[in-house]
Design a protein. Sequence first.
Length: 396
Amino acid sequence: MMKDKIKSLAKAYKQEVIANRRHLHANPELSYQEYNTSKFVKEKLEEIGITIIESKADTGWAALIKGKNPEKRVVALRADMDALPIVEANDVPYKSQNPGVMHACGHDVHTASLLGAAKILHEVKEDWEGTIKLIFQPGEEVAPGGASFMIADKVLENPRPNGIIGQHVMPFIEVGKVGFRPGIYMASADEIYVTVKGKGGHAAMPETLIDPVLIASHMIVALQQVVSRAASPKIPSVLSFGKVEALGATNVIPNEVKIQGTFRTLDEEWRAKAHEKMTAIAKGIVEGMGGEVDFEIRKGYPFLKNDPELTNRSQQAAEEYLGKENVLDLDIWMAAEDFAYYSQEIEGCFYRLGTRNEAKGITSGVHTPTFDIDEDALEIGAGLMAYLAVSELEKA
Ligand SMILES: [Zn+2]
Ligand SMILES: [Zn+2]
């Protein structure tokens, strides 16, 4: 049986997947600078015997594994390869050797798992029909997102995949378990940069000034109406301003106030409308109070929608592979992920791989200096991905 074959291979290759993950973890590279990582991935693919490898988006790869009857259907599997500008605080043998850079989002896990899945799929390629496209992409962490460059570089063409599956570590899920959510899953994320300009001077003479601090305060409060009044209560939206900089003093009103924030939601139409609304409110308040405003919205990733059918089929396959009790239903997650670019183009399924182990003290969230995983997750990360791909080629 295919399932048992894949399971036993995942077990057999587990130590190798762990070694690859440790190598990647010790040698992290920032977004769009994944040159050694990229070289490593290509070498490993060639070692497996995969020969159809195309360079994409500078450091990315698209590789093909052809089964029997390769024209039948195409399923893509995706991993991201970049690390974060974080100083690792873990004291482990595979600690980052690149100071100030750390695989704190588990992209080392995704890359090592996909290499493991590739090895398994290549080994059993006489047993399945269709083509599997492996996608290793750069720059998930930094806008505009490596996925957008991969797509611009035609990663979804020749052959065009029928669907794409991606996995991401989840430190809130126990190792041994995975999570799925058909439909809307993750948010769009846009960065907001505002400068409110007034006229500074001595704080004792406000009548001669235009106070940008007061104006900015009104503007921030007013903008919350976008989320509380203009947004449909049925569409989750978040507007947060995490940075407000007014460099005056007790007796000095500054000339300007700089503000940074984020807007996140789960609907592309509303997202565009919200951008217009926020700009209009900011302009209205600031100009009404005599100031001027630069209101810049830098568009980030779109919201992430999991194709309901592909995701239901994948969830069912995961239940076959891991047992029903080990497959969880996920809630909406307001973070963003550039996998969303693929799932806007073709059917997508982005699922979560549990990596938590409280008994071993492995509980830190992603993007923290103490993030780590229980490496038992790698056996599932490689094996389940291979099984999902084969099941999808079979079922659909
Ligand atoms: Zn991340
Ligand atoms: Zn990530």
